[in-house]
Design a binder for this molecule. Structure first.
Ligand SMILES: [Zn+2]
Length: 163
């Protein structure tokens, strides 16, 4: 009987741990916070939650480590526009169906000033640092960068996007 109760309690705690519901500004790496990685202005206006599950949370923390490298290369503070997106949020913002944002492996960011963003782009490409995809969104003026958990499978694709 004790065993059964134990199993039930364990499974309840396991289920409730499925989503990372901690809010706020706790750090996921030296310069990036959980709220930066999960905030969605559009989503919260509509009361959509944007909590990652455990797997995506681990991906977000992994991406934060990669973004620390990017930050070092750029040599500037990076302003995060969008990072992790739940399926609902991704649909809401018109993201592509297979967007790496849904896995927490893509980040849209900007730095102060248009010239600086171009400069950042140039530095990242020149550094030879690995990434899966980068695109520069010239209309909205941000850089989208995505990674893979297996760096050797990263494609280093680069392109410009206007829309
Ligand atoms: Zn993006």
């Amino acid at each position: 009987m004790k065993k059964i109760i134990c199993i039930i309690l364990l499974s309840i705690s396991f289920i409730s741990c499925g989503k990372i519901k901690r809010r706020g500004n706790f750090k996921i790496s030296r310069h990036f916070t959980f709220s930066e990685a999960t905030i969605s202005r559009k989503g919260s206006r509509l009361h959509f939650n944007n909590y990652p599950n455990k797997k995506n949370y681990r991906n977000i923390v992994y991406t934060a480590r990669r973004m620390e490298d990017i930050r070092r290369i750029v040599g500037k503070e990076l302003k995060i526009n969008s990072w992790y997106r739940s399926g609902n949020i991704n649909r809401l913002v018109g993201g592509s169906k297979h967007s790496a944002h849904k896995d927490g492996l893509a980040v849209d960011f900007t730095v102060n000033g248009k010239w600086e963003l171009n400069n950042a782009l140039r530095k990242i490409r020149k550094s030879g640092y690995s990434f899966d995809q980068i695109y520069y969104h010239s209309k909205s003026n941000y850089i989208h960068i995505s990674f893979r958990l297996n760096r050797r499978r990263e494609r280093k694709q680069f392109y410009y996007r206007r829309k």
